[in-house]
Design a protein around this ligand. Structure first.
Ligand SMILES: [Zn+2]
Length: 144
């Protein structure tokens, strides 16, 4: 089995970072200077809209062309074969990237919470629109 993919998104890609976390990927969003990014994140896949930064990065980097998150997800789907499937349960905080902790059933709903920022998560609801977007991309690229 391949090790799970880890990402770092540059300042232009905050929305994409949130989507990747919802998919369960360990994703850092950074607004640091280029020099810091080049030094600190060689063990992650760098996603950027900055060609010059991508060129200088010593690790694996993907330059994303699209302006919108849908297009960016499509590019990752094509270049990395990213499945774009929601995990069975919420895994990661979309706000701060921490791994969620299972709380238990609260009023018949399974509940997870972020140990760092306290954000609660449950299945469905807030991720429904993201799921629809993932699905429409998957359908678009089904190879018959
Ligand atoms: Zn959090």
């Amino acid at each position: 089995m391949q090790p799970p993919l880890k990402f770092v998104c540059d300042a232009m890609l905050g929305k994409l970072a949130r989507f990747l976390r919802v998919l369960g990927y360990d994703t850092i969003y950074t607004q640091e200077e280029d020099e810091e990014i080049l030094k600190k994140y060689k063990d992650r896949i760098l996603l950027t809209k900055d060609k010059w930064l991508c060129k200088r990065f010593e690790g694996y980097c993907i330059y994303l062309n699209s302006q919108d998150v849908r297009g960016q997800l499509e590019e990752l789907h094509m270049t990395l074969g990213l499945p774009l499937k929601m995990p069975q349960r919420p895994l990661r905080c979309s706000l701060c990237n921490s791994e969620l902790v299972y709380v238990g059933k609260v009023r018949d709903r399974e509940l997870w919470v972020c140990p760092k920022c306290g954000q609660p998560y449950w299945k469905g609801s807030h991720t429904k629109r993201m799921e629809e977007l993932f699905e429409s991309i998957r359908k678009k690229y089904i190879i018959s």
